[in-house]
Design a protein around this ligand. Sequence first.
Ligand SMILES: Cc1cc2nc3c(=O)[nH]c(=O)nc-3n(C[C@H](O)[C@H](O)[C@H](O)COP(=O)(O)OP(=O)(O)OC[C@H]3O[C@@H](n4cnc5c(N)ncnc54)[C@H](O)[C@@H]3O)c2cc1C
Length: 395
Amino acid sequence: MNLDFTDEELAFQQDVREFLAEHLPRDIVEDTARNSSVFVEKDLALRWQAILVDKGWAVPQWPAEHGGTEWTPAQKYIFSKECYLAGAPMLIPLGLLMLAPVIMAFGSEAQKQEYLPKILSGEHYWCQGYSEPGAGSDLASLKLRADADGDDYIVNGSKLWTTHAHHADHIFCLVRTDNSGRPQEGISFLLIPMDSPGVSVEPIITMAGDHEVNQVFFDNVRVPQGNRIGEENKGWRYAKYLLEFERGGGFSAPRVQHELERLQAMVDEARDTFADFDGSDEIARKMARIEIDLKALEITELRILSAVSGGGNPGPESSILKLTTTRLEQAINELAVDVLGYRGFAMEPVADGIPYRADFTASVVPRYLNNRAASIFGGSQEVQRNIIAKLVLGL
Ligand SMILES: Cc1cc2nc3c(=O)[nH]c(=O)nc-3n(C[C@H](O)[C@H](O)[C@H](O)COP(=O)(O)OP(=O)(O)OC[C@H]3O[C@@H](n4cnc5c(N)ncnc54)[C@H](O)[C@@H]3O)c2cc1C
């Protein structure tokens, strides 16, 4: 694959830089730099999404008929990279990059007309109802029941670890509609408004102190069967399709590169600021290792996403992207904690008694703690290895 950009691509890169310089608000960049969670706050993400929607650049991955850009893979990559390097927040992928491809591939015309514009505008904010108590890696054992009742389903049970359920107005859920055969054969994919009577949300506070995840309860919730995507009992197929986009539907190498650049800035400042700063050779060696692996991730990501641009889905190779991105981001998080050393324990960021730059150090330890969860969410690292062994390597 040729990674040298053409003159047209370089001109496009310049356009993107100019757009970002003019339209990416400073306070959004500052709040994004302070964020230590998987997703930035809803309002922040939606403000940036609205600016991109105005420009027509919010969903480069979507087909043009639904609001996509018809960019080449190289243009999509350039755009994504420039956004991260400028400090823009990641748009929340739950609706835009996870549910939308499923609706486009398997939804009815009426569902496409109903949901896609609202996902794009931010009017609908979605959360993902896959995991349950007792059903995570073994997702097919899920039990949330949806019993047919006339034109509706009656839904009972609960979903666990539901990110941003407390912000969401809709949840896409895997529900059990049949118990008679293999577990995979009795699952359906259902869209449920969060304000339906009988839905309630309980917060779960993580070890980083964040309220990001929740348990969602369904108590005799009535949902029209028209809210089902695709065929009844065929939801497992749609669920796996969505997971490929969750694990590898966007460019993560530019994000890792941005994090590595922030780490470098932090190392430089620590060297100048901390009298007792030691180990910069060791840190430089580890950063060089990350940079080499990052190059490999970048090329793999471009290769896989070239296929997606042709109308395909990322395929099981997306597990390679999820596994590697997580490994590199966690390595960066760990190095950042090493650089801070004992100062990481401080409630207020200080360096040798002097207030230290709060913008990036304040989020170092929370970010490290929060990002431990990346080994688990979206499917654990062990499960990704199993998928790669079976479906990519054919072992
Ligand atoms: C911060 C966070 C956010 C999340 N957000 C969401 C969300 O929005 N929506 C949602 O539906 N879910 C969400 N999840 C849930 C997540 O997808 C599950 O936690 C994950 O799939 C693992 O399931 P589990 O927790 O039941 O662990 P288990 O499946 O019980 O796994 C426990 C351990 O056993 C290992 N293991 C299990 N099976 C195998 C195997 N076959 N081979 C090797 N090792 C194995 C796992 O790797 C793991 O280390 C989130 C999780 C976290 C931590």
